[in-house]
Write a protein that binds this ligand. Structure first.
Ligand code: BTN
Length: 251
């Protein structure tokens, strides 16, 4: 993997896209993954067009990875990346955050990391861009209020900073192990069993679908399937969701 480290950038996902398109303007079967890490992002991107606050002290990292397998094989990409991030954190601090389907990491009930994946099957050399933001060494007060979802940082939870360089290395190593598993279409056999014990809200009452309106579905979150879809037990049977977000329904 080719690693680019920058002091500041608009968004590591955007920079990884630009570098990929410049490096591979034509089909290239030997394309090598490109990782971009920045100390600060000035226009960090969250899901659904949201802004992602990215002060110094966080780990802001993206990888442009060649899509060598079938598009279906990359459907569980956010979960595979979430697993890699949870394992990298666990390796550094001995505590594993939980994976909140499909792409957040939680410590307690607070978000400590977010993942943004984008697939470009039609590029000359097809790629997926995966971005990981880990709130590591800064005070959660910098987020200001109110946040859509409560957030924390590793430093706040541990009461001391962590070694960002080690976290970055562990994350890249783990991604380099997990992503070829998706290339081969082996998510269900090799990664799913590692994700299940780390799932947040398993067995709990959740709601999936639009935040407002009647089209969202409520039921018990019973797990994820071979494609990485969330399975929700409703009174009328099990429903599978491939995108969207889970919200907990408190008793
Ligand atoms: C979310 O939870 O909404 C996803 C957040 C993803 C943030 C990361 S930080 C590194 C990469 N670059 C970005 O602009 N976004 C992702």
């Amino acid at each position: 993997m080719h690693l680019v480290s920058l002091p500041t950038v608009d968004s590591t996902n955007s920079e990884a896209q630009r570098r990929w398109l410049t490096s591979y303007p034509a089909p290239e079967s030997a394309a090598q993954a490109i990782a971009v890490v920045a100390e600060i992002q000035t226009a960090g991107q969250g899901r659904t067009g949201r802004n992602w606050q990215s002060p110094r002290g966080g780990l802001w990292l993206s990888v442009a990875w060649p899509m060598r397998g079938s598009s279906d094989g990359y459907q569980p990409l956010p979960l595979a990346v979430g697993l890699a991030a949870a394992q990298a954190i666990q390796n550094c601090i001995n505590i594993s955050p939980l994976i909140k389907w499909p792409n957040d990491l939680l410590m307690g009930d607070k978000k400590v990391a977010g993942i943004l994946c984008q697939a470009y099957p039609d590029w000359p050399t097809p790629a997926v861009i995966l971005g990981v933001g880990i709130n590591a060494n800064f005070d959660p007060k910098v987020f200001g209020q109110p946040l859509r979802q409560p957030a924390t940082t590793l430093q706040h939870e541990l009461h001391h900073p962590i070694d960002l360089q080690t976290l970055q290395s562990r994350l890249l190593e783990t991604l380099e192990h997990h992503l070829p598993i998706l290339d081969r279409g082996d998510f269900a056999d090799l990664l799913l069993p590692q994700i299940r014990p780390r799932l947040a809200w398993l067995g709990q009452q959740v709601r999936c679908g639009p935040e407002t309106g009647a089209s969202s579905v409520e039921g018990r979150f019973i797990g994820i399937d071979a494609l990485g879809q969330a399975l929700i037990q409703t009174p009328s049977g099990v429903r599978a969701f491939c995108a969207d977000e889970l919200r907990r329904v408190l008793p």
